[in-house]
Design a protein around this ligand. Sequence first.
Ligand code: NAP
Length: 248
Amino acid sequence: MQLLEGKSAIVTGASRGIGRSIAIEYARFGANLVINASRLSEELEQTANMVREQGRLCEIVVGTVNAADTAKAMVAAAVEAYGKLDILVNNAGITNDKPLLMMSEDDFDDVLAINLRGVYQCSREAIREMMKQRSGRIISISSISALSGRSGQCNYAAAKAGIVGFTKSLAREMGKFNVLANALFVGVIDTNMVWRMAPAAKKEVEKSIPLNRIGKPSEVAGPCVFLASDLSTFVTGTTINVSGGGYV
Ligand code: NAP
């Protein structure tokens, strides 16, 4: 018996990086998927094919996560294709790093909209189904920037810290419906976000991590499998630190 056999899961921001890895791991452990990104791309279609190669079903819903229409369409796709929605992973996120004095209102609002308002929109639609079912899991990807802050990330760190308060409140509201909400403090992971770093800066980051390396997307996907599975039925309102000790 697979850990996620027969489960139905939405993963936002799944065209590459951490979201793609979560979608593939979920499929490997038995789930059928709805995957999303802000636009249709070859990368997004590749993720869908990778899920299907695991012998699972995959629907694609394109649209920005901070729009109610996208959230509604993702939940509708899951219910139509699989008859239910068991798991939502709020993974989609962006950075736009700048010193605060250079950070325009749009620079601030856009990062808050996608990283935090997106979590609100998608969770709000997902719980409508999960409450009816009397079960569900909401897993949101935060960052160790929420804990330690980072120069140039006043917008991003604020959004990622916001996810934690959101998750704890949601866990309290939803406990009586057996809907569990948790978040991950993710450290530096080898994706697009990190490829933009200068090699010297990357070396410095590696030295600051006790495991002495940057993490792989699949190392975030593992804890997401745990939080979606029956191994974590009494875990809600909490966060898992997935940073190789980058924040201790
Ligand atoms: P990534 O490689 O840049 O992937 C981001 C994903 O989100 C892509 O699929 C992107 O696809 C999608 N996306 C962007 N804007 C979107 C929107 N408005 N609506 C829907 N989808 C959108 O980033 P990643 O490193 O995998 O990051 C995934 C999550 O982990 C993010 O929440 C990030 O903040 C968090 N995180 C990452 C790190 C790290 O070191 N990599 C560390 C801590 C936390 P499109 O561009 O095609 O829409």
